[in-house]
Design a protein around this ligand. Structure first.
Ligand code: HEM
Length: 506
């Protein structure tokens, strides 16, 4: 018998015994759990949970079970909210109860509970949030504009030289911005040690969180098995992962501390905060908050900018309208600036539609409850996982007619001015857990979209025989929903734009 199947047997045996104690329908004051598909004994709805595009299945289930429904897997209650009202009532008005996270057991073993996106709602998370809210509030985000523009111009220069590598240029842009803002650090290129450490951490963290990836997440008692038992390799992995996590937190911060000693530290969030820091406890809080920012925001923006190129290659009319607006604002003789934003409503609308159209995080991240609760006559037990189907809210055909089409003009009024849509913030999650990077994203996205569109023409790539390579436009991923790889041609719009880029990065 393979080590894997021996583990499986132990796990199933324990679950079968424990399962006898699981009550299928938990009640309080005669209230039942929210409705949902009927599950099997013990495993509950394990086999019902969709492996891909689950948000579409949940949206469909809402027709039968309503906008507050539930599933149960081995006794774990999962509540799914699919209306703006339910999300507001629970995640915002009852935020004190609904802001915990379901921390996977492997993360606990790897001591990754410092990582804010997955951290429990404890004092450490609260301190980290305070740090981030302070450094990333809209007024602070303004000070990063010159750097955002400079890094985006370097990105344009890379596109001129090697347009076929546009995906890796986008990745470089994101890392370069993150590392400059957070640590005042200049990314060295493909082999940068800090960037690679974060990449390894994010890949491992995503892999280990996938349903079914590690048995210990489904059967936490497996963590207590002795190390010598075959199939317990996850224990060794957890130890190594702990070291990797510490490198993410401490590596770049040590770089800043050394820079402070020898006078080379550049302006950054880390420098600001370390200057004021009074204790080792406070320094750890700073390290955790900044490490979380650095790792937490690493691939979301990449997916959004990759989607921009997909849209441009598939829909020439968006490109043409955007370029006409940009040329009218700049006269075609200079590059756009942040200050041009009021005269670029269509560019603003593209940014909004890029976030809404194929949301990178359609179910946001799951929240968890810290107390028993009642809502709309249903019982929601303490420890429930609560998921908001942000996709269904932002693809409701009443609010967003023709919701699956990419239509920036949906965010413009009859006068061509941008419509403020508060529901769009659902792209960044909800309540006390809402993405702290959202104001920074707003600036990063605007300047990237404006600069790319003012300087390049994006079209279909051609094969060796000169035939256009079709672009399917499919998306994949559960934790990060992103475009499948595609090719496109990216050429400077004209000699003037080429010269403007060259002059700007000199
Ligand atoms: C387009 C880009 C982005 C999108 C769509 C996005 C979306 C999200 C979502 C949906 C959540 C979960 C919210 C919830 O649980 O309700 C989140 C959390 C988080 N995001 Fe972002 N994000 C983006 C970019 C960034 C960036 C650039 C950073 C850092 C600079 C960042 C840092 C974080 C952190 C630290 C959390 C965890 C917050 C917590 O659990 O308290 N994100 N983000």
């Amino acid at each position: 018998m393979s080590p894997f199947s021996s583990l499986k047997l132990i796990a199933l045996a324990v679950v079968l015994v424990a399962g006898l104690a699981i009550r299928k329908y938990r009640k309080r004051n005669g209230l039942r759990l929210p409705p949902g598909p009927r599950g099997l004994p013990i495993i509950g709805n394990l086999l019902d949970i969709p492996k891909e595009t689950s948000w579409l299945v949940y949206e469909d289930w809402a027709k039968s079970y309503g906008n507050v429904m539930s599933l149960e897997v081995f006794g774990q209650v999962i509540v799914i909210l699919q209306s703006p009202q339910a999300v507001k009532d629970l995640f915002e008005k009852r935020g004190a109860t609904y802001s915990d996270r379901p921390l996977p057991t492997f993360y606990e073993m790897a001591r990754w509970d410092w990582f804010l996106p997955v951290a429990r709602s404890d004092d450490q998370w609260r301190a980290g949030r305070r740090e981030l809210e302070r450094s990333l509030r809209p007024s602070s985000a303004v000070q990063y504009r010159p750097m955002l523009k400079a890094k985006t111009l370097e990105f344009l220069q890379r596109l001129v030289v090697r347009p076929e590598n546009f995906k890796s240029h986008i990745e470089h842009l994101q890392s370069a911005i993150n590392m400059a803002i957070v640590y005042g650090y200049e990314v060295k290129g493909r082999d940068d040690k800090f960037v690679n450490t974060v990449k390894d951490f994010v890949i491992l963290a995503q892999k280990c969180a996938l349903p079914g990836a590690l048995w210990v997440n489904d059967f936490p008692f497996l963590r207590h098995l002795p190390d010598w038992l075959p199939g317990t390799g996850f224990k060794v992995l957890a130890k190594k992962s702990c070291e990797l996590g510490e490198e993410v937190i401490n590596g770049p911060l040590t770089f800043v501390k050394e820079g402070m000693l020898n006078g080379t530290a550049q302006p950054s969030m880390a420098l600001d905060r370390l200057r004021e820091c009074k204790s080792a406890k406070e320094e750890r809080e700073i390290a955790i908050a900044l490490g979380s920012l650095h790792a937490g925001g690493s691939d979301a923006m990449v997916a959004v900018l990759y989607t921009l190129f997909l849209v441009l290659v598939r829909d020439p009319s968006v490109q043409a309208r955007a370029q006409a607006e940009l040329d009218a604002a700049t006269g075609g003789s200079r590059l756009p600036e942040f200050e041009d934003r009021p005269s670029l409503p269509y560019i603003d609308a593209i940014c909004k539609e890029l976030l809404r159209w194929k949301m990178i995080s359609p179910l946001a991240f799951p929240h968890a409850t810290t107390e028993d609760d009642e809502y709309q006559g249903y019982f929601i037990p303490k420890g429930s996982f609560v998921i908001a189907n942000a996709w269904s809210i932002l693809h409701d055909p009443e609010a967003y007619p023709d919701p699956f089409a990419f239509k920036p003009e949906r965010f413009l009024n009859a006068d061509g001015q941008v419509i403020d849509d508060p529901a769009l913030s659902g792209v960044f999650g909800f309540g006390k857990r809402i993405c702290p990077g959202r104001h920074l994203v707003d600036s990063m996205l605007f300047i990237a979209v404006a600069l790319v569109l003012s300087t390049f023409k994006v079209g279909k790539a051609k094969d060796a025989a000169g035939n256009e390579i079709p672009v399917e436009g499919t998306f994949f991923g559960t934790l990060l929903y992103q475009p499948s790889p595609f090719e496109c041609s990216i050429v400077p719009r004209n000699q003037i734009t080429l010269e403007l880029i060259a002059a700007a990065v000199e």
